[in-house]
Ligand binder design. Structure first.
Ligand code: C5P
Length: 248
């Protein structure tokens, strides 16, 4: 067991490596470089959100691409049709692996984005945020003046996203199976809130282990602190990969 990480994952072509997106919730490039260099070939996909993107003036994207890493650009575009499309065009031109918009931009905007990506021959996946998880049902009902349940709202937005031709949604692993049922097997599910049994749950509430999440239909797992805050991030990443590999 002592050397399990070296023996089992290092240098191996594991399918699980195509499942884990490590969240770079940092403010500066030094922290990013330390982590990315430390994780080396174990981690191929990284999520860059507003914090690191803005603090580095966008440099994070070129940095990760220079190392052949794939990026989930988590900037959650939400604006009028034309502006949102221009933002999506930027992400597609940069060649990020995944980027996202808010589904509340509407079906017309989502349809036009999917068309634009096709016209550009882009391989980027554009996924939608449905309802932010920081939103409670009560607050959502207040803002949208509706009696709809949060669950129904999320599933409706996921369906509209699929019908508009976009590639998938960000959702909890608890919802992934249901999302696939409603939107089709190829509809991509990108799931945060993943916690291995051995790590702290932090502020995440509805958590699933990496193995459970994959079994429940999560295509990609967004994992931050269980890796980034681990005493040994590389070992933590390897343990996660191994756990997933066992159920693939
Ligand atoms: O550290 P942790 O694994 O909780 O990080 C998860 C990442 O996924 C963070 O960047 C967090 O902002 C993001 N996220 C989330 N829940 C959502 C949407 C995004 O945790 N519903």
């Amino acid at each position: 067991k002592k050397n399990f990480s070296k023996i089992k994952t290092e240098g191996k072509n594991m399918k699980s490596r195509k499942k884990v997106i490590t969240a770079l919730d940092y403010k500066n490039m030094d922290d990013v470089k330390n982590l990315v260099e430390l994780l080396g070939d174990e981690i191929e996909y990284y999520k860059a959100g507003l914090e690191i993107f803005l603090n580095t003036g966008g440099e994070i994207v070129d940095y990760l691409h220079s190392l052949n890493k794939k990026i989930f650009l988590d900037l959650k575009f939400h604006d009028i049709n034309n502006t949102t499309k221009m933002a999506c065009e930027f992400a597609a031109r940069k060649g990020v692996f995944i980027f996202n918009i808010h589904a509340s931009c509407g079906t017309e905007t989502m349809y036009e984005i999917s068309k634009m990506l096709k016209d550009m021959n882009s391989k980027s996946l554009c996924i939608a945020v449905t309802v932010l998880t920081s939103m409670t049902e009560e607050k959502m009902q207040e803002i949208f003046m509706t009696d709809a349940s949060l669950d129904n709202m999320v599933m409706n937005m996921a369906e509209l996203t699929g019908k508009s031709g976009l590639h998938g949604v960000v959702c909890s692993a608890w919802e992934a199976a249901k999302v696939k049922e409603r939107c089709g097997e190829n509809f991509v599910t990108v799931c945060p809130g993943v916690r291995p049994a051995w790590s702290a749950s932090d502020d995440q509430k509805r958590i699933m282990t990496p193995a459970e999440a994959v079994k429940n239909g999560a295509d990609y797992l967004v994992i931050g602190r269980p890796i980034t805050k681990a005493d040994d991030p590389k070992k933590a990443a390897m343990r996660i990969l191994e756990e997933i590999e066992a159920v693939l």
